[in-house]
Design a protein around this ligand. Structure first.
Ligand SMILES: Cc1ncc(COP(=O)(O)O)c(C=O)c1O
Length: 460
């Protein structure tokens, strides 16, 4: 283990004494070791004991090109030697310019302006601030509300949290920023009974719920709708056919901006540079982070349409917003090297060629009594677990707690698979492997899931 600690035990003690893990019950490590991941190579990571794990979640939906890519590390090092830091406040630097131009080429439609951040939450926060200031500048100062979906995760900073649709992670921080409005998500497996079995009607209904929310709130008060191409939280809900087309129409009808939150879904996760390209809709803003650098350095941002930029292009108008490390030169250089790999290795092509095999391999698990639904797109899948396949009865909160936290999370990791067992909606296991993966990795994922889910069922 490469560290300043003499041995693994010292590092464990310090991890427990000094480090605060995110969204983690720290007490859960009172009697067990904090897992320490020390290195990565390709689709695998290794812990402090040298044990190997298939990174079935790309870290946290991040490591698109896989671990251990020397050319990206070297691009970052070269940049740090040349110009480690300079802000994007009034100045530019070459790598930010090059990256912005490259992203504008890749993005759909007229999304030609890039505002960098360091994270996804900041990207979402920035998009909301931009929407507000844009409407103030263009004579509609009453538009400040944002519509988003139930159980959707859009980040943790106060603004992004107000857009997030997960009640449990919001309560401790109330009162939140006013203006967050919720609509139903597109979980077809849990569609209301009167729509069950008709995906097109379900999509129409879910889109129309956005219109109803706009009318309820008053169109003159609504600034934007924030949607992920495939909603992550709750377990990978793809959009029903026609959904985004209808949402785009509704937004246009009421002068509301459509923000595609692609913090997870951009950069190949769905087989395209941007998730909106896969589903054929044109956002006014795309927020991104994670996969743009494959995690070799932190970077996020938003792509903004020419129309939204226009009022900021003349006179004294200024977007009054900035972040010290946004568009950091090292991160921008790393992002460019990352995108070079996308091109050289045709990673989008790899996802497109293999996604059917990924789905088919996961669908083999349908023969297990606990597997209720396998859903997703590209290299982004959720498996919903149920107590009764026929009735789709889900687990009680207590059973879910026991199943996910008490057993599955540890058992999957112990079996050599990094994935996510999540019960922020109904209980799901989520998978988002690096985009370099192929059938042999899918088989490994299926083998491990089959063994662990079989044991989970036996324990119920
Ligand atoms: C859709 C979406 N938006 C925003 C965020 C927040 O990103 P970050 O954790 O980089 O702040 C996430 C994080 O997972 C996300 O999935």
């Amino acid at each position: 283990m490469t560290s300043s600690f003499d041995d693994i035990t010292d590092a464990q003690e310090a991890a427990k004494r000094n480090l605060w893990l995110h969204f983690t019950r720290m007490s859960s490590y009172e009697d067990s070791d904090v897992p320490v991941i020390v290195r990565g190579s390709g689709a695998y990571v290794f812990d402090q004991h040298g044990r190997r794990y298939l990174d079935g979640l790309s870290g946290l939906f991040v490591t698109q090109v896989g671990h251990g890519r020397q050319e990206i590390a070297e691009a970052g090092a070269r940049q740090a030697c040349e110009l480690a830091y300079f802000p994007l406040w009034s100045y530019a630097h070459p790598k930010a310019i090059e990256l912005a131009a490259r992203l504008a080429e890749l993005a759909p439609g007229e999304l030609n302006r890039v505002f960098f951040t360091t994270s996804g939450s900041e990207a979402v926060e920035s998009a909301w601030k931009l929407a507000k200031q844009y409407f103030k500048l263009t004579g509609q100062p009453g538009r400040y509300k944002v519509i988003s979906r139930d159980i959707a995760y859009h980040g943790t900073s106060m603004g992004a949290l107000a857009i997030t649709g997960l009640a449990d992670i919001k309560h401790p921080f109330e009162p939140l920023l006013p203006g967050g409005v919720r609509v139903p998500n597109t979980n077809f497996y849990r569609a209301p009974e009167f729509l069950a079995g008709d995906e097109v009607a379900f999509g129409r209904w879910a889109a129309d719920e956005i219109e109803r929310a706009i009318l309820r709130e008053g169109p003159e008060s609504v600034a934007a709708v924030f949607l992920e191409p495939v909603q992550n939280s709750g377990g990978c809900f793809p959009p029903p056919p026609g959904y985004f087309e209808r949402v785009r129409d509704i937004c246009d009808r009421y002068g509301v901006l459509l923000v595609s939150d692609e913090v997870i879904c951009a950069f190949g996760r769905l087989g395209y540079y941007f998730g909106s390209q896969r589903y054929g809709y044109q956002p006014d803003i795309i927020t991104f982070a994670k996969g743009i650098t494959s995690g070799y350095a932190p970077l996020g941002g938003m792509m903004v349409s020419d129309k939204l930029m226009e009022p900021f292009s003349s006179g004294t108008a200024t977007f009054l917003h900035g972040i010290t490390f946004a568009g950091h030169p090292v991160s921008a250089a790393v992002a460019l090297a990352n995108l070079d790999i996308f091109e050289k290795e045709d990673l989008l092509g790899n996802v497109q060629a293999n996604e059917a095999a990924f789905r088919a391999t996961l669908e083999k698990l349908y023969d297990l009594p606990i597997v209720g639904d396998v859903r997703g797109a590209g290299y982004f899948y959720g498996i919903e677990m149920v107590k009764d396949k026929l009735t789709r009865e889900t687990f009680t909160a207590e059973e879910s707690e026991q199943l996910l936290r008490g057993f599955l999370s540890h058992a999957l990791f112990d079996a050599g698979l990094v994935c996510r067992a999540d019960d922020r909606g109904d209980p799901v296991v989520q998978l988002a492997p690096p985009l370099i993966c192929g059938p042999e990795h899918f088989d490994e994922i299926e083998r491990i899931l089959r063994a662990v889910l079989t044991e989970a069922w036996a324990r119920i």
